[in-house]
Each structure stands twice: as structure tokens, then as C-alpha cells.
Design a protein around this ligand. Sequence first.
Ligand SMILES: [Zn+2]
Length: 445
Amino acid sequence: MAAISSFPFDSSYLPKSERDTLKVLEKLGEVVHRVWEKQVDSKTGSTTFYPEDLSREELMVAAKKNPKLISPYTVVKRDKNRKLVAVNFRDEYSKEHDRMVELLTLAAKTTKEKRLSAYLSRTATYINKGDFDSVMKLFLTVPNTSIDILVGPIESYNDSFMGVKKSYQYSLRVLRTQETQEVVEMTKIVEKLGILKPSKSVAAKLKSDKIKVRVDDVLMFAGRQAGSMPSSTNLPNQPEWVAKYGTKIVVYHNALLKKFDTQLKQYLKNVKKFDPKRTKDAMSQANYRLIVLHEIAEGIVKYKGMENRLGEYIDVIRELNADLFGVRSAKYHVLNGLISIEQYNELLIAFLVFAINVCHKAKKEPSIMVYARGFYVAFNYFMKSKSVVFKDNTMTVDFAKLSVDIDVLSNLVVGLMENGTSDDARKMFDKWSDASITEKLIKAN
Ligand SMILES: [Zn+2]
């Protein structure tokens, strides 16, 4: 099993009550992790949501009479007459849920921050009822508290059979006030740029107070995110939910810096006419900006019905769009004097390096294939137009050309999100997503 990821965190600046609260919430993560281990075998990826001999047809027929069978929050089983029955997560993992409620209630009593206390005890109430939609709504709408958690069955990526059942995940984080304010400023600039907010996107009408941002230090990832090192996240995915509750972006400060140092920095010496020493801190900054812009773009560019229209391509396209649109929006930050041309070029390098790393890693980690497939398209396109040239493990970048290429690709992808179907997407991927391109990319060595 993938183990819980814990990050070193110096909590000495916090009052004792809050340090104690964190200890209780670490225990909560361990309980969530146990539920996830019951749901998903992390080695094989197989899940325990359905009986082994079940076919989609049988399930869909039975679900007409009993819609709970295809609820995100139930396990499907057979009774002794082999009839299909739905068991609520709350009951299936009853002991673990009782313990979660206990720990959340204890944490609510331990903290001295009133708003956090109310947040934790409401979360406990919803978990006790098995009302996981309300847990998510609360997470999305609560004003920033110093400590934050994400708890419950969240995404359905693990359900390869139907793509509906959600698996448990958990994160425990502490707010970084100053960095949060900086990201809020970046969000405001994107907000003001009508040109960058596709007018038919459901988020186009969102007031900026509906875009919530936090920059946090992570103490723990458990459940579905255990063992991985995400840099950031934004929720919810469904456009209809974004329209109602807004979007919440969380940047994982310490995880992000660690990833740059351990995985990305090494590529820079293979970039031609680019001094990695001169740009040491600048590149860490650029990587930071890249991740933030990705999440803002992912949060604001969403179209009604895109999930149904794009079918199996939705995740790949959503992520590719966030990358392209995010980098593209930085050009307007230059125009607004927020960053210099040099910083914009550094952002382009950060984007390429990030993408190259994903392409190499996807061979061993199927979970990031959803990102890699978009980058295969990008690199096939860039290499064809020669905005990026790879030779003898070096990379040469024509910044002006690359910037144009990104605009062109980004327009195409936004078009697919607005009106496209899975057939349209397939045409693009059949033509441009040759994965063997990875062999030509620079390596970290
Ligand atoms: Zn994303």
C-alpha cells in the first residue's frame, strides 16, 4: 500500500492549543487512510466498489429501479438471492466513520480559533450523517481558517468500472498568510482581464470573492493522494458546482518547493543560452507562478456540458487547457507590469521543464498519464514548428515563436471545451499525441 505522506513542519510558532489540534487531525488522517485501503488496492488499482461478476448492463438495469446503486457514496453488493443492493459508505465503513466523528469533535474542542472550531464540528455532523456533498460544500465556502483539512470521498478516478464511486482522501494543511495574499493579487489580475476569461465559461460571471485561494504548508496527504506529491489542487470539478459555490484553489507551498529542488532543477543545465545559476531563485519563483496560473486557469475556464461532450478526454483536456491557458495569461501580466519579459521567459522554461519531467515519469507512474498525454500533443506541435529544438540532450527555445504556439494550441483547446465532442478531441490526439517524442526530450542526468 502507498504509505501516508508526511512533511516536516515547524509548528513552534503556533499556540499550544493549535499544535494539539494538529495532533488530533493527524490521527484523523490515519483513519481516512484505512478506509481508502479498504476501497482501493494501490498496487493493482482494483477497487472493492462492485461484486466481481457484475457487468455494466446488469448494473444499469438494476439502477433504474434503485438509483442508489450508482451513487458516488455506496458500495454495490449481492444479497443472498444474488440481488444487487447498495450499502452506504457510512455503514460499510461504520467503525472508521464513528472514529472520524470522534476525532473531529475532539479537534473542534481543542482549537481556540472559533471559526475553525465551528468548521470542524459541522464537518463532524455531516460525516456522521454520511452527507458527503455537504462536507464538500462546506470546504468550498468556509472563509480561510489557519488550519484546513480536506476529508471524505472526493474524486472518482479510482473507479475504472463506472467512473462514479468516489475514494477517500485527506490533506492536513496550515495557512501561509503572506503567500496567500500574493496569490490573491495574481488572481485579481486574471479576473480583470476580460480577454482571458472566455465569456461563455460558467465561471466568467463569478465574482472574485467566489474564487478562494489558500497557500498552505502541508503536514499530511493520506488516502488517494498518499505517496504522490501534488503541487496544488482546485475543486470542485463539476461546472455546475463552480457556478453555485465558486472555486477553491489550494497551493501546497512546501511540497512545491521540494519538488522543484528534487525533480525539476536538474534539467536546467541542459537548456541552451540559459544560466541555471543566475536564475536559481528566479526559476523556483517561475515554477511557483506556473503552478498558481495553472490552478487559476483550471478554476475559471469551465463550460456547461463539457464533461458529457468530451467523454473520456475530459480530464486530459482540462489539464492541458490549464497549462496552456495559465502560461498564456502571464503575457498579460507582462503588459500590466506585474512581471518582466525576462520573468515571462523564465515561466516558459519552467513550463517546458515541468512538462518534460511529467513525460519521463509517466512511463512508470500511470496515474500521471492524464497530464502526459496533453504534453505529448504540445511537444509534437512545438517540435514541428521548431519553437523548441532538442539535440544531444540540450534544449534550445525560440521564446517569441513558442509564445505564439501556445496561443494557437490554447485557442484550439478552449474551442474543444466550449463546443467540442469526444470525436473532435480524438482527431486531435490521433494526429498529435505520439508518445515516442519522449525519447527526444532532455533528461535530467
Ligand atoms: Zn490541474
